[in-house]
Design a protein around this ligand. Sequence first.
Ligand code: FAD
Ligand code: SF4
Length: 435
Amino acid sequence: MAKLPEDRSESGFQDFKPAWDRHQSIVEANRCLFCEDAPCTIACPTHIDIPQFIRKIATDNVRGSARTIFDSNILGMSCARVCPVEVLCVGDCVFNEMDQPPIQIGKLQRYATDIAFDQGWRFFEAGADTGKSVGIIGAGPAGLACAHELRRQGHGVTIYEKREVNGGLNTTGVAPYKMRADRAIDEAEWVLGIGGIEVVHGVEIGKDLSWAELDAKHDALFLGVGLGPDTPMGLEGEDLPGVYGAVDWIEKMKTGLVDLDHVAHAVVIGGGNTAVDCVRELVGLGVPVVTMVYRRTEAEMPGYSHEWRAAVIDGVTPLWRSLPTAWVGADRLERVRVTALDAACRPLDDSEEEIDCDLALLAIGQAKLRDLVAGLDGVSTDSKGRVVVDDAMATGRAGVYAGGDCVNGGKEVVNGAADGKLAALGIHAWLSTSS
Ligand SMILES: Cc1cc2nc3c(=O)[nH]c(=O)nc-3n(C[C@H](O)[C@H](O)[C@H](O)COP(=O)(O)OP(=O)(O)OC[C@H]3O[C@@H](n4cnc5c(N)ncnc54)[C@H](O)[C@@H]3O)c2cc1C
Ligand code: SF4
């Protein structure tokens, strides 16, 4: 697998939620009420037994705590850093109802899982060999979680990954102030450390290897392919140097170098979490003026409000109810033409103006990989391009399962981890009954 350059652009970012030490963690763990009905556990998509892992921290049993976490979520280390806990476990802590600060579950999870990882502790072994083989497409959170659980059940696993690095968007997308790419790659290695998982890099299914070839090699398949490329706006001047898809640009920034030397004003188009990550990343990389252009209002933006508040503190300026209509420049981006919109997102007459900008990132969504799965008879997609599955993550084709962003349309790492594990258990049940 390829190694990342030490001097990549993301390297200068520091953790925005620094780790806690033993003392801080034990004090916080002792504040927990260990609720029997634990709404935090229900809110976590992987349903980690949160009271149990916190109780183990309180009694200084870090190893036991980490085991409890990883037993439900093998990506518990990265989830501790990247989960939007404010809207998941921490958001449902009962202390929120009692005017008390909620338990910092993510921080406690990070304390236990970082120690386990740094000590090289391993908790799970591969099951007795079943002689069955499963092909997994994608080494992102969904694919890795699926692979790990399948090995626990004793099945052979081959992962096909078109990139040269593992981890999916956990490596190439997550904001570096939450987690840098090398940590996600190391975590993937640790997950693969259960043994018996072959990862074939640089192979794109549907292009380098057909579905028919894949079908013939394996007894079952799991699709963990995520989403497709950034959605373009299709505006005049969009091919000018300086206009990029946001996810594409973030990948370059995390795994290599982006040149921002002459960038004085960057604009980011969109109001979702990717847009908010981008504006914070640009400020962190030293761009003097960063503007987020969104077609609706602050109250309507889909990005998490806690993240947006942090972006405003960082110095980002919003341009609400506005839409770019053209990218302007001679041989590279110099300005963006923007029109104001009314409440129904219709352009307001005579409102067009040009704003100086030398970098624009389009964060208006990612394509769905509808065409990729169209080659698999029986696998269908819904009107939004998401792969259709049942409660066990099975598609309409026997033996083919799917999970993560390609099914949910783009959620969180923890959803990918939950889907991957659930699908592995579905595949195990199916392989146990099929001849
Ligand atoms: C910019 C950005 C920031 C994010 N920040 C956060 C965050 O802070 N916290 C959080 O919880 N979530 C975050 N997410 C969401 C999270 O990263 C995803 O929900 C999660 O990674 C989905 O996992 P997945 O395995 O389904 O897909 P992915 O992570 O996308 O992995 C899919 C893998 O499949 C591979 N692949 C695709 N097609 C093929 C093919 N044909 N052949 C072979 N391989 C293929 C890809 O190369 C990739 O490695 C973010 C997403 C983005 C875009
Ligand atoms: S995996 Fe995420 S949502 Fe679940 S308990 Fe841990 S931090 Fe909370």
